[in-house]
Design a protein around this ligand. Structure first.
Ligand SMILES: [Fe+2]
Ligand SMILES: [Fe+2]
Length: 217
């Protein structure tokens, strides 16, 4: 299985409103834009269809669509899981009259990122965590990871390789590893090539500064 049940008509209407909301809010968001949010939602559905644990489709989709809402107008994004849950609570209150469901969606948002320091527990929380991690493992995710980082090129690339290795190991479901294995390997290969080029360049620069090239003429 898959999903516990089909979405109710009323739930579909709420999801459509949330899609419009995130579309507007994430429109100009640097890196974590609207396409990131929708892709995480799509991957979440794909994982949910392949695992045995029952998944609440409404909690899953609301959580996936709102998972990065805490990044809006928050440049460094630290604690965006916790901030996002508070923002989502306000929004959900106007759409649904069910505190328990709203709470479950908020937990998905809080626990989708290791920055919140609270590990996912419920199935929907683990699925969105994996989906967000899988999206990061591809090239687009890697480019996003390089955006706006401070430090030397060597430091940034080293940090990316390290983080991607950790990300892959943290995936909850074997199916998530299967789905992202190719992208993960490609990303690590590109990072290693970049690293090799940097080492080569450092050596070449050294040859110039040591006047070796001129002396050999
Ligand atoms: Fe996030
Ligand atoms: Fe995300």
């Amino acid at each position: 299985m898959v999903f516990e049940r089909r979405l109710a008509e009323k739930e579909i209407q709420v999801i459509e409103k949330i899609i419009d909301f995130v579309k507007e809010k994430h429109h100009r968001s640097e890196g974590h834009d609207y396409s990131h949010v929708l892709e995480v939602c799509r991957i979440s559905i794909e994982i949910a269809k392949k695992i045995k644990d029952p998944v609440n489709p409404f909690v899953l989709m609301c959580g996936a669509l709102l998972h990065d809402i805490g990044r809006i107008n928050a440049p460094n994004g630290l604690f965006h899981g916790i901030d996002g849950a508070a923002r989502a609570n306000e929004l959900l209150k106007s759409y649904i009259d069910d505190a328990e469901t709203s709470k479950r969606v908020q937990q998905v948002i809080i626990r989708h990122t290791p920055e919140s320091r609270i590990l996912p527990e419920a199935t929907e929380e683990k699925v969105v965590f994996d989906a967000d991690t899988i999206e990061r493992l591809g090239f687009i995710g890697m480019v996003r990871g390089l955006m706006g980082k401070s430090g030397t090129m060597e430091e940034i690339i080293e940090d990316r390789i390290h983080k991607r290795l950790q990300d892959y190991a943290k995936l909850y479901y074997p199916v998530s590893k299967k789905m992202s294995k190719k992208a993960y390997k490609e990303t690590v290969a590109v990072s290693k090539t970049l690293k090799k080029d940097l080492v080569k360049r450092a050596k070449e620069i050294h040859e110039i500064t040591s006047y070796k090239l001129i002396k050999q003429e």
